[in-house]
Design a protein around this ligand. Structure first.
Ligand SMILES: *[C@@H]1O[C@H](CO)[C@@H](O)[C@H](O)[C@H]1NC(C)=O
Ligand SMILES: *[C@@H]1O[C@H](CO)[C@@H](O)[C@H](O)[C@H]1NC(C)=O
Ligand SMILES: *[C@@H]1O[C@H](CO)[C@@H](O)[C@H](O)[C@H]1NC(C)=O
Ligand SMILES: *[C@@H]1O[C@H](CO)[C@@H](O)[C@H](O)[C@H]1NC(C)=O
Length: 834
């Protein structure tokens, strides 16, 4: 069981601090994986109704994991009417769960069980179980359509629970298996239930019942949570709603003074333990034109152990007949200790409507890192331009500013303290990310194996999709809209190295919704259909030179006879027939295990789809017998690094030394070829991860094709950094986020392109950052992350005009979104070289 250090660790801390400060959940931001895939949820906290075998026990039900037999599977076939089977997760404390993810059992292509539908049950105390329903009252959630794709579903409404059960549902008897993940955040309010009189109906009409209340509703509501804690604030005009297609008044729970002769509504709040309360915030409607106002007075009683404190707290907010906006009213609870609070809200007008009530109390956060908040903090960190969430205090922005500053300083301190540790773990993580091809090998194998870790680095890695919004705080706006629309997304998980990255090629654009998965293709491949390339007779290959080797195989330079016959007509070699051509042959060792073989076949499938004049083409394969081979193009001038280091810039010096020369125009021409090839890869959302001159091959007339053998070559072992004798990473070419967060994207390829361009303009006479040790390069990465202007950039090469250096610098921008696309780079290079 791996517990990879999560890439978004720091951001999590940040968010936790925010959570600690405001003690209110913002459902748009509260979308973190809670630890099935990340390993934070321990095996013993995952249980199930039954298991088919020890290797399909509950603990294998982790999204994106392939351990055991690849998923949790119940003992028997799931029948349509029996809903006995469940996979249960104990989160150990109350959590606000906004999203769930499910996946079937794929097990490297062997498994094909998944759950087409499921229900969710949850519990806060482990004894009372509640069936989740969506806002329309439906319980059944649509699940997976195949065994490998991850399907995410927003929970609308979200749930507040410690225990969550996934219950597969079928319409005919079926074998099902599941892997799951929960997304959300800790529920710091600690509220476990509120009891209140049932909401009423206005003659307008508007319905103020608490339609998602999960307790009992007879005359009053007991033992549940509902709309007052769902994180959705009502709009100024209560007859409208955030939620699509519901009745007027949906967001609010409300009462009329006609039904309460005593003049108040009493609501009782129960908490998970005795807490030290600072504030309560009540989100009220104030549409006085409709006889609706916030309350006139609130009187709260506190119960700590068994007894109610004799003297209540009284608070008068004052009436507001000027501003019809809905608002949070903040009540200072003066550090009362309580495990239950009972408040009487007095009518200020005929109607009183609440949409949210939150509590701020001591949490683990306050006694470790931060002082308790002062009253008047915003209840919600909202996008500034969101007009629906107004805050009742004008100082809040300043306070937020101060808090953000404090938090930032804290984060920086934490970063520094944890630096080495974090770094190591992150590298381990990015290593698993980068070398999914080596999944099969255990770490001890990797340690004992000498120089090379992977032989086929161009396993396209896959663009992180839109769900990154679930993890990074920068984009709460988009995720909250997603949440409020109760959308469904099929995504490929970023950050979890195992299954998805190795098996799924994500061809979806950031906005797209299609995910093409490799596994089906692998199945095709195994059954001999549609490989896209032909089988080549081995005897026509003549060994010339070993180009490199890795753990699972070798790369040979060979001559191939009669290759033309075996190639698609669309692809023309400009050489006469019957002549031999140079090819690179990647060979899998015949003793490679099953996983390595499967990966090799996958790579063939992937490679066979890459068709671009600036990408090395897969020409043919030998897969009818061992050793498995793939035959790719090779170019007569070898790799660009060797090529350039044997050339000189045009000029006096070159004339004297009689060395072959390359003009500046040729250099920018080659750079444009690389950009063009990368443009193609990025259009498929393939991420190369090891773009460098050593991986570019030079053909006639300075044509360039991008390849991927660099890492397997002894010659370039100095370009890779070895961590704890295990992973090798081309750190001098890697973006800060690839090194620190393990994130490989097209934007990190753009970064590497900037370094490649720099190498080219230096004629590859110098390694990037040659004056820095590997450790210093990593430190410099930290400076890029901290962005305190202490980061060192590669210097402007002598030959390099300002315009070109400017392109390099733009590739190394800290913010990935500000880096140019390959399309833009390609265009700029073409303009430079008409
Ligand atoms: C709330 O009121 C609406 C509108 O009358 C109704 O459709 C819905 O079933 C009610 N929900 C509950 C839980 O009472
Ligand atoms: C509640 O917290 C405040 C602020 O940390 C502290 O001053 C006070 O003593 C606490 N009250 C109790 C009863 O612990
Ligand atoms: C309810 O409030 C309205 C407006 O303040 C007032 O006119 C009316 O008398 C109240 N009704 C009761 C029963 O208190
Ligand atoms: C903070 O306080 C809570 C409860 O008061 C306690 O459970 C927790 O262990 C404390 N945390 C630390 C780090 O002292």
């Amino acid at each position: 069981m791996k517990h990879p250090w999560d890439a978004h660790f720091l951001l999590l801390i940040l968010l936790h601090l925010f959570g600690g400060v405001t003690s209110q959940v913002n459902p748009g931001v509260c979308r973190y994986p809670l630890g099935m895939s990340g390993g934070q949820i321990q095996d013993e906290d995952i249980s199930a109704s039954s298991q088919w075998s020890e290797s399909t026990a509950a603990r294998y039900g982790r999204l994106d994991f392939e351990e055991g037999d690849g998923a949790w599977c119940p003992e028997v076939t799931v029948e349509p009417d029996s809903q006995k089977e469940f996979l249960q997760i104990d989160l150990r404390s109350l959590h606000f769960v906004t999203l769930v993810g499910t996946q079937g059992r794929h097990a490297g292509g062997i498994g094909n069980e998944f759950s087409q539908m499921y229900k969710i049950k949850y519990s806060r105390d482990g004894s009372r179980w509640i069936s989740w329903r969506n806002r329309q009252g439906q319980q059944v959630i649509e699940g997976n359509r195949n065994a490998y794709d991850i399907v995410l579903k927003d929970l609308e409404p979200p749930i507040i629970a410690r225990f969550v059960r996934f219950m597969p549902v079928t319409d005919h008897p079926m074998n099902v298996c599941m892997r799951v993940e929960l997304y959300g955040c800790e529920w710091l309010d600690g509220l476990v239930s509120y009891n209140a009189p049932a909401g009423e109906q206005m003659s307008l009409p508007a319905y103020f019942n608490d339609s998602v209340y999960d307790g009992a509703v007879i005359h009053s509501m007991t033992e549940g949570l509902g709309q007052l804690t769902d994180g959705v604030c009502g709009l100024d005009d209560f007859s409208h709603s955030h939620v699509y297609n519901v009745w007027p008044g949906y967001d609010y729970v409300g009462w009329t003074n006609e039904s309460f002769p005593a003049g108040f509504v009493e609501i009782m709040f129960e908490f998970d333990r005795t807490r030290n309360f600072t504030t309560m915030k009540v989100h009220c409607n104030n549409m006085f034109s409709q006889h609706t106002k916030a309350f006139r007075q609130v009187v709260c009683y506190f119960r700590s152990e068994a007894d109610w404190e004799p003297t209540p707290l009284v608070f008068n907010p004052g009436e507001d007949e000027q501003n019809p906006r809905a608002r949070f009213v903040t009540i200072d609870l003066l550090h009362h200790m309580a495990s239950a609070i009972k408040c009487r809200f007095y009518f200020a007008d005929a109607w009183m409507l609440f949409s949210e009530i939150t509590f701020q109390s001591d949490t683990a956060m306050y006694n470790t890192t931060l002082a308790p908040p002062k009253s008047g903090l915003p209840p919600n960190i909202q996008p500034e331009d969101d007009p629906t969430h107004k805050v009742d205090d004008s100082n809040t922005r300043i306070l937020i500013g101060c808090l953000v500053a404090i938090i930032f300083i804290l984060v920086v301190i934490i970063v520094i303290i944890l630096w080495r540790q974090v770094w190591q773990k992150i590298v381990e993580k990015s290593e698993t990310l980068a070398y999914t091809h080596n999944q099969a090998s255990t770490s001890s194998e990797q340690e004992s194996n000498s120089t090379y870790e992977r032989i086929f680095p161009l396993v396209p890695d896959y663009q992180e999709p839109s769900h990154i919004m679930c993890k990074l705080p920068e984009e709460p706006a988009s995720s909250s809209t997603a949440a409020s629309k109760a959308t469904t997304t099929t995504i490929v998980q970023e950050g979890a190295p195992h299954y998805a990255e190795a098996d799924i090629v994500d061809l979806q654009g950031v906005t797209g919704s299609n995910t093409y998965a490799i596994p089906t293709l692998v199945m095709d491949l195994l059954s001999g259909k549609d490989i896209g390339v032909e089988e080549f007779p081995r005897k026509l290959l003549t060994f010339k030179e070993k180009l490199g080797e890795g753990q699972f195989g070798e790369v040979h330079l060979c001559e191939a006879k009669g290759m033309q016959e075996f190639m698609n007509t669309e692809f023309s070699f400009d050489i006469p027939e019957e002549q031999t051509v140079l090819v690179a042959v990647k060979m899998l060792r015949s003793d490679a295990d099953k996983n390595a073989r499967l990966d090799f076949l996958k790579e063939i499938k992937i490679m066979s789809r890459l068709k671009d004049p600036n990408i090395i083409r897969l020409l043919a394969v030998c897969i009818y017998s061992d050793p498995l081979c793939m035959i790719t193009e090779y170019m007569e001038n070898g790799d660009l690094n060797q090529f350039l280091s044997h050339h000189e810039p045009e000029g006096q010096l070159a004339l004297l030394s009689n060395a072959p020369t390359v003009s500046f125009n040729d250099l920018s021409y080659m750079a444009a070829h690389i950009a063009s090839g990368m443009k193609y890869l990025s259009s498929l959302n393939f991420v190369h991860r090891d773009l460098a001159t050593r991986n570019c091959l030079v053909g006639k007339n300075f044509t360039i094709k991008i390849a991927d053998f660099g890492m397997s070559r002894n010659l370039y072992s100095g370009d890779y950094y070895r961590i704890q004798g295990r992973a090798v990473l081309p750190i001098r070419w890697m973006s800060w986020e690839s090194i620190l967060l393990g994130k490989f994207t097209t934007a990190s390829d753009v970064w590497a392109f900037g370094v490649t361009l720099w190498e080219i303009l230096n004629f590859c006479k110098e390694q990037p950052y040659s004056q820095l040790s590997d450790e210093q390069v990593i430190e410099n990465t930290g400076e890029f992350f901290r962005d305190k202007k202490r980061q060192i950039y590669l210097p402007q090469p002598e030959l390099c005009p300002d315009s070109l250096y400017w392109i390099m610098l733009s590739c190394w921008r800290r913010n990935t979104k500000e880096r140019p696309s390959f399309q833009e780079i390609h265009r700029a290079l073409l303009e430079m070289h008409p």
